[in-house]
Ligand binder design. Structure first.
Ligand SMILES: Cc1cc2nc3c(=O)[nH]c(=O)nc-3n(C[C@H](O)[C@H](O)[C@H](O)COP(=O)(O)O)c2cc1C
Ligand code: SF4
Length: 436
C-alpha cells in the first residue's frame, strides 16, 4: 500500500514544492478553505477520530473544538521537539515530506481561525529548521500561507522557532513558556492551552504533534470514513513506528494501527540480530513501561487501547528492542539517569525522586545494593506517580516499576537475594530512608 505519511518512500522528491503539488499536495488545504467553513473542518477531523501522535493519543478534532471561536488571537503550535529516546519519525517527516506538515498545520489553523502558526523544533534540528523556512517561503509565494490565504480573506503566517535541547520543552505547556522566552518549565493547569489564559501568550492555542498534522491533508481529501477504514475503530489511521535497539533493520515503518508487534518487529524490521531471543520491548521510548517479549505481547495489535491493556503505553510508538543479553537493571538505570538529567526541578516528587532513584541504581550497579534497595525501588516511584506537575514524573517511575515487576530475578541477583530462597524479613540498612 502506498504510504500516507512517509510518502518520500514512494516519491523521493516529494520535499520539493512542485513535486508535492504535482502529487496532490495542498489539495486538502484548498478543499478546506474553498469548500468548508471552519466548523465543518473541525467536524471532519472529529469524525475521523484522528488521535494525537505526540504521546497521549487525544483526539485532534476534539482538541480543536475546545478553542473559543470569539477569541481575537488564536494560535496553532506544531510540536517538533521530538526528544523522546528512540523517536525519530517527526524528523523524517519534516526533512522528507515537509509540505505535508505545513499543509496540515494550515488546515488546523483554518479550522480554528488561527492568527499565526509556530513550529517549535528541538535545538538540534537547526539545519532542518532553516530548510523548513525555505519550504514555508515556497508555500507563502503560492498564497498558501500568509496574507489572504487562497483569497479567502483569512491571513495566517508560519514562524519557525528553535528550542535549546531540553526534553521537558516537548511537554506542551513548557514548550509554550519556552516559545514565549520564559524558563522551559510546565505550567500549572487549568487553564489548559486551548483556554484563554493557558495558551501561547495566554491566548487559546492548539498544540499538535508533527505526525498528527501530517495526517490531516489526507483526511480532508479522502474523507473521515475512508480514514477510519485504516487501523481499528478506536485507533484509526496509519502510524509511524520507530524501531531501534537490538534489531536487524532499525528505522521508521508506517503501518496501520492494529498491526501486531510481531509483524512490526519480525516481518518489517527483520527480527533480532545474531539469532538472539527478544527479551524486552519499550513501546514508547523511555517513558512507558517495558513489556516482556512474550507470545501474548508479540501477537497483540499495536493500538492505544491494547498496549494500555498490556500494561504499557503506545505513546509516540518508539519501539526500543532489547535482546536476551540485555541487563535490565542497567537499562533501567540508564533511563533513570536520563530522567534525572531532564527533570526541570519544579516539583519535589520528580526532582527528589529521580535524584534518589539514580543514587539507588548507582549503588546497585556498583555491587553495593541490598534487599532494602529493591524495596526502595518500589516505594520511591509510588511516591512520584500521580503527584507531579507534569507527566515526566510518571514517565520516570515507569522503567523502574516495570523492570522490577517483569525482571525481578535480575534485581535479586544484584542485591544478593537468591530467587529460590527469598528472605521474608528484609533487614533494615543504614540508608536514610526518611530522606527518600
Ligand atoms: C516530558 C514530556 C515530553 C514530551 N515531548 C513531546 C515531544 O517531543 N513531541 C510531542 O509531540 N509531544 C511531546 N509531549 C506531549 C505534549 O505535551 C502534547 O501532548 C502533544 O504535543 C500534543 O500533540 P498531539 O495531541 O498531536 O499528540 C511530551 C510530553 C511530556 C510530558
Ligand atoms: S514532573 Fe518533573 S519535569 Fe514535570 S514539572 Fe515536575 S519537576 Fe518538572
Amino acid at each position: 500500500m502506498a504510504h500516507i505519511l512517509l510518502r518520500d518512500r514512494d516519491i523521493p522528491d516529494i520535499w520539493q514544492f512542485d513535486t508535492y503539488v504535482a502529487n496532490g499536495g495542498y489539495d486538502g488545504l484548498k478543499k478546506a478553505v474553498q469548500d468548508h467553513v471552519p466548523a465543518e473542518v473541525i467536524q471532519i477531523v472529529l469524525e475521523s477520530n484522528l488521535r494525537g501522535r505526540g504521546g497521549a493519543g487525544f483526539p485532534a478534532g476534539r482538541k480543536w473544538s475546545f478553542i473559543p471561536q470569539d477569541a481575537e488571537r488564536k494560535y496553532v503550535v506544531v510540536n517538533a521537539d521530538e526528544s523522546e529516546p528512540g523517536t525519530f519519525k517527526d524528523r523524517q517527516l519534516l526533512e522528507k515530506n515537509p509540505h505535508q506538515v505545513i499543509e496540515g498545520a494550515m488546515i488546523a489553523a483554518y479550522a480554528i481561525q488561527a492568527t499565526a502558526v509556530y513550529i517549535y523544533c528541538r535545538g538540534e534540528f537547526w539545519d532542518l529548521a532553516h530548510a523548513l523556512e525555505e519550504r514555508i517561503d515556497e508555500a507563502r509565494r503560492a498564497n498558501l500561507v500568509g496574507d489572504n490565504v487562497l483569497g479567502s480573506g483569512w491571513s495566517c503566517d508560519i514562524h519557525v522557532h528553535l528550542g535549546a535541547g531540553a526534553y521537558i520543552c516537548g511537554e506542551e505547556s513548557a514548550l509554550l513558556n519556552s516559545l514565549q522566552g520564559l524558563l522551559g518549565q510546565p505550567r500549572v493547569r487549568p487553564p489548559f492551552p486551548a483556554q484563554k489564559g493557558g495558551g501561547l501568550y495566554y491566548e487559546p492555542t492548539v498544540v499538535n504533534n508533527v505526525e498528527t498534522l501530517a495526517n490531516v491533508p489526507w483526511i480532508l481529501v479522502n474523507g473521515a470514513e475512508a480514514y477510519k477504514e485504516i487501523g481499528t475503530p478506536q485507533s484509526p489511521g496509519p502510524k509511524i513506528f520507530c524501531v531501534s535497539g537490538h534489531v536487524e533493520k532499525p528505522g521508521n515503518y508506517e503501518l496501520p494501527l492494529g498491526a501486531t508487534f510481531r509483524e512490526l518487529i519480525f516481518d518489517h524490521a527483520g527480527g533480532i540480530p545474531n539469532g538472539k531471543q527478544l527479551k524486552g520491548i519499550l513501546p514508547s521510548g523511555a517513558s512507558g513501561p517495558v513489556l516482556p517479549a512474550t507470545d501474548d505481547v508479540l501477537d497483540s495489535p499495536m493500538t492505544y487501547e491494547t498496549v494500555a491493556e498490556l500494561g504499557s503505553t503506545l505513546g509516540s510508538a518508539s519501539f526500543i528492542l532489547m535482546d536476551e543479553d540485555t541487563d535490565m537493571v542497567w537499562a533501567a538505570a540508564k533511563m533513570i539517569h536520563f530522567f534525572k538529567h531532564e527533570s526541570c526541578g519544579k516539583c519535589t516528587p520528580c526532582r527528589e525522586g529521580t535524584y534518589w532513584l539514580e543514587r539507588i541504581y548507582d549503588r546497585i550497579l556498583r555491587g553495593e545494593g541490598t534487599p532494602r534497595d529493591l524495596e526502595l525501588l518500589e516505594s520511591v516511584p509510588n511516591q512520584m506517580q500521580g503527584l507531579t506537575l507534569c507527566a515526566l514524573g510518571e514517565f520516570a517511575a515507569n522503567p523502574v516499576l516495570s523492570t522490577v515487576k517483569h525482571f525481578r530475578d535480575e534485581y535479586e541477583r544484584y542485591v544478593g537475594i537468591s530467587p529460590a530462597s527469598q528472605p521474608t524479613d528484609v533487614p533494615e540498612v543504614a540508608e536514610p530512608v526518611a530522606a527518600v
